[in-house]
Design a protein around this ligand. Structure first.
Ligand code: SF4
Length: 417
């Protein structure tokens, strides 16, 4: 520990070694900390700001914190004031995004003023770190000079731009299961576009579906390793993009996982296997053979596939412009449940839409479905349709559904990177 000018620096801290569901600010991997009278700043191993938290007496709720994503968004983690957060989203905090999402929970206004003040304090700290580095012990001096070089607003904006140049622009939506590693993932594109181009979807790309070559995938993984360097120690997994990586074929998914394996073999502190997150359409899911499921299960990753089934009602599928026959949707559900019961290293979660304006038959079939679920069946995420889901009705529906069956039902909050 090193102190100067009322500021304390602690380097080389190790966070929790297992991912937790907690309402307080748990840190994972390696990090460094600088504490000023007003703020707690936490930096990645490479010295890039990751978390800012107000000290007691400086923020309305000092239990809350800001987290900077690799894409440069500052997400406000609200840990208090929401009863039932865990029941609604499976986490004990509510993420408040600086962009519009489909969230019907966490409708608190984004605290832009609080962020601006905190970022101003970070700028001041950056200037201080440059001066303080010269008189500090070597390990502290190394961190302070990194902090001063990498955390001005301009430097952080450049870092985010470089990140997005590697990821082909912002990732518009991450699978809901990324919450299990607090969204600390490496996004690697395995396939572009999707199979269905549903009318209702706000995140689809204009491209047709195509698969990246093995060389592209390997280059992408190398580029991410070169970008994150020591910060790989803090990564919880990989997201294989974009909207239907499983449609590239399970063998391609397995090869991509093998390419990514070395990224998690060096400084990683977390004992849990890294996650391998991807979307898989119903068509792609039912095509995976038994041998491929077994191969996915053997990967040194916790493989988590998320399948949008959207509705179990034919009229609603038509209304959504979703070209998946009900027979395929039912087959996908059966396959998801079977995978979850048989394997421990690979699992499938399901998504369905909700919102006012959908045919009443959707809500009826959804309730019937949820009532039939058992504990080990695939968890279900409900995705409120943007601009069509009013908060009270959706939360009331969720509460009623949660009482009906034994399976997990949560809201899906669309998060970008
Ligand atoms: S819901 Fe999925 S499959 Fe349909 S258009 Fe959107 S990304 Fe594509």
């Amino acid at each position: 520990m090193y102190s100067r000018d009322g500021i304390t620096v602690r380097t080389g801290l190790v966070g929790a070694v297992r991912y937790l569901k907690a309402s307080w600010a748990v840190r994972y991997g390696l990090y460094h900390e600088i504490r000023t009278p007003a703020y707690l700043f936490q930096f990645s191993p490479e010295g890039v700001i990751r978390f800012i938290q107000g000290r007691p007496g400086t923020w309305p709720n000092h239990g809350d914190w800001f987290k900077r994503t690799a894409g440069g968004d500052w997400i406000y983690y609200s840990s208090g004031g929401y009863n039932g957060a865990f029941s609604a989203i499976g986490e004990h905090y509510i993420p408040v995004f600086p962009y519009s999402s489909n969230g019907v929970i966490g409708e608190k206004a984004y605290p832009q003023g609080t962020l601006n003040t905190a970022l101003h304090a970070l700028e001041e700290l950056t200037a201080w770190a440059g001066e303080a580095a010269s008189g500090a012990p070597p390990e502290v001096a190394e961190l302070l000079s990194r902090v001063s070089r990498k955390n001005s607003r301009g430097d952080l904006a450049t870092l985010a731009d470089r990140f997005h140049s590697l990821t082909h622009g912002p990732v518009t939506v991450l699978p809901p299961d990324c919450r299990h590693v607090d969204y600390d993932i490496l996004p690697l594109r395995l396939a572009k576009g999707c199979l269905y181009h549903c009318r209702f979807c706000g995140v689809k790309s204009r491209h047709g579906f195509s698969v990246e070559t093995g060389e592209h995938v390997a280059e992408g993984a190398n580029a991410l390793a070169g970008y994150f360097k020591g910060d790989l120690a803090d990564m919880g997994g990989v997201f294989l993009g974009e909207h239907d990586a499983l449609a590239a074929g399970a063998d391609a998914v397995i090869r991509a996982a093998q390419v990514c394996e070395p990224l998690f073999s060096t400084e990683r502190q977390v004992a849990d296997a890294p996650g391998l997150f991807l979307f898989g359409s119903p068509d792609a899911l039912v095509k995976v053979t038994d041998a491929q499921w077994q191969a996915l299960d053997r990967l040194p990753f916790d493989v988590r596939i998320n399948t949008g089934i959207e509705s179990l009602d034919e009229a609603t599928l038509n209304y959504l412009g979703r070209p998946t026959p009900l027979s395929l949707v039912s087959e996908a559900v059966a396959r998801a449940d079977e995978v979850n019961r048989r394997f421990s290293g690979v699992s499938v979660s399901l998504n369905m839409v909700t919102g006012s304006g959908l045919p009443e038959s959707h809500h009826t079939s959804l309730a019937r479905f949820v009532a039939s679920r058992r504990t080990l069946d695939a968890p279900l995420y409900l995705s409120p349709l943007k601009n069509h889901a009013d908060r009270r009705t959706t939360l009331k529906e969720l509460t009623a559904l949660k009482r009906m069956g034994q399976g997990s039902v949560f809201l899906y909050l669309l998060q970008r990177l």
